[in-house]
Design a protein around this ligand. Structure first.
Ligand SMILES: [Mn+2]
Length: 229
């Protein structure tokens, strides 16, 4: 079966739509968190997740938007989180608050584990692609899964550590690897085996940027989308 894996949508509906169309037919979708924060369409993104019943974990921006705890953010992330908090509908706030910090599921004999940050710090720890092998092993050693899906860095990653496939699909709504195209991956699982194929797709960045501008959100949140950083 084919599983579409997303992360870090960040209220960017045009990017999310482009990714869902580009990945083609999938049997199911999964998300590693950060549905909201940064761009201007938090309710539209959460509505889509709820309508399609997409399993997702909570990200640090989802957490900030429902709790108002924003002190660890830089000024523009903080402004976006508080702006989002004010605009979320009650139903969407409730949905985000209900998200688990970790997801564990088994598909075709493959155990999958999904978390936004890292297994030891689900909301906040960044696991970048250049993390030394021994540190990565330390992080995932106790996770009983063949596939570990992370988000948070907005940088695509594929690492193999002691037979565990550690993946990050990159950022849908705010890529940070200097490629502005929306990032995702498709996981193929079959007979206990899993493989990942990464995808990138252009979307209407101008539309997302215009939404950010009209919302009165910090301009740097729009301009960074054009450079993928
Ligand atoms: Mn994020």
């Amino acid at each position: 079966m084919r599983i579409g894996v997303l992360s870090d949508i960040h209220s960017n509906l045009p990017a999310l739509r482009a990714v869902l169309e580009d990945m083609g037919r999938v049997d199911e979708l999964l998300c590693a968190g950060d549905l909201v924060g940064y761009a201007s369409q938090p309710n539209e993104v959460v509505d889509l997740f709820r309508a399609r019943g997409i399993p997702t974990v909570m990200g640090n921006h989802d957490y900030a938007a429902v709790t108002g705890e924003v002190e660890w953010f830089n000024p523009s992330a903080r402004r976006a989180a508080l702006w989002t908090r004010e605009r979320l509908t009650e139903a969407n706030r409730k949905y985000l608050r209900s998200l688990p910090e970790e997801l564990r599921l088994t598909r075709e004999g493959v155990r999958l584990y999904v978390v936004h940050g890292s297994p030891r710090d689900p909301l906040f720890e960044y696991v970048f692609p250049d993390l030394p092998q021994h540190s990565l092993l330390e992080l995932v050693r106790k996770v009983e899964a063949e596939v570990i899906v992370l988000g948070h860095t907005h940088v695509p990653m594929r690492r193999l550590v002691q037979g565990k496939l550690v993946l990050n699909p990159g950022g849908v709504g705010q890529p940070r690897d200097r490629d502005p195209r929306a990032s995702y991956l498709v996981l193929t699982v079959e007979d206990g085996e899993a493989e990942a194929e990464f995808g990138r797709v252009e979307y209407d960045i101008g539309e997302a940027a215009e939404g950010i501008r009209k919302a009165g959100l910090p301009q740097e949140l729009a301009s960074r989308l054009f450079v993928g950083w």
